[in-house]
Design a protein around this ligand. Sequence first.
Ligand SMILES: Cc1ncc(C[n+]2csc(CCOP(=O)(O)OP(=O)(O)O)c2C)c(N)n1
Length: 381
Amino acid sequence: MDAVGPLSSEGLVQLLTHTGEPVENETFSPYAAHLSADDLRAFWRDMTVLRAFDLEATSLQRQGELGLWVQSLGQEGAQIGSGHALREPDFVFPSYREHGVALTRDVDLVDVLKIFRGLQHGAWNPKDHGFHLYTLVIGSHALHATGYAMALDRDGLVASGDPDRDGAAVCYFGDGATSQGDVSEALTFASVYNAPVVFFVQNNQFAISEPATRQSKVPLADRGKGFGIPTVRVDGNDVIACHAVTQWAVRHARSGGGPVFIEAFTYRMGAHTTSDDPSRYRSKAQESYWAERDPISRLEAYLTNRGELSAEFRAEVEAEAKALCERARTAVRSWEREPLLTMFDDVYALPHATVEAERAWFERYEASFADGETAAEGKAH
Ligand SMILES: Cc1ncc(C[n+]2csc(CCOP(=O)(O)OP(=O)(O)O)c2C)c(N)n1
């Protein structure tokens, strides 16, 4: 769609057109040259499984099994392509929509649902996956990622002489987050300290109902330039281009080149969350335009044209997706609410006086219900 400013498609790196035709890019094609047909099939599988899971979670929310669901619909290319460019020493700081990146970091997607059922604040150990807990405070984790990256540098894990040990922090956030002060502060620190951090912005065009045009007069990638950070604008619905650009960026960061700012220009095909109604602020024509640019069908067309997507493989992936959805459904329905006091566990690694005082207060409060009814149950009546 022709647009100016943050919604223009100017300067987008693309390696596949939206109909699945390959495109050469002098700078970035070499970063995708290693991808075999098996790798591309794996991208297609992950995007397909992710989408099935996403639709299942949406249904579970509609059935009252989840309090809320945040869809990644339409952003599969940006997430799977970039996630697969990362290695074990890298550490991801996600916001709350990065289920695809979670998948590439071997987080069990069923665990993610624990957050949206209100069972846990975080349902995996970040250290086991190099994948931090979801962040709901917009943009705050850009600071955490930058701090982590500075620490990687101080620990000698950047440009160490052994590339296998070197790592980068990778921070995912949305277009809306670029309007937050935290993100500007993070960009300043990252730039000045040459921190090995990749800022990966998924410009899905909306901060809830606020279009990117109301947030910036220039493409979001230009934000990086103002801080002296190299920037790339990539077609976020092109999984191969997202992979190549992220490969370049993490190598740049790990080898001591400093931060990189990537803008993946994409489209949020669903609602902001299951509490949102996007028909209030966008048109059917716009949605159809972007449906034609679906990241999954684009790679599918490319692989099909080359005879690389057999019926057997498709059936295998379909079965895998179905099994995951069934497992999710069964798990969600079986989960019991944990005792309320567990909310005070794991806030800090070591005992903490304030948290202990709050726990004691809450225990007294619960005990004040003479008939043994808990505060939460009391509220529900
Ligand atoms: C600091 C802060 N301000 C406001 C909110 C409320 N809020 C939740 S999501 C959202 C929009 C975020 O948009 P964007 O960064 O583009 O990410 P997207 O949801 O599109 O992935 C806002 C304003 C919040 N969670 N945190």
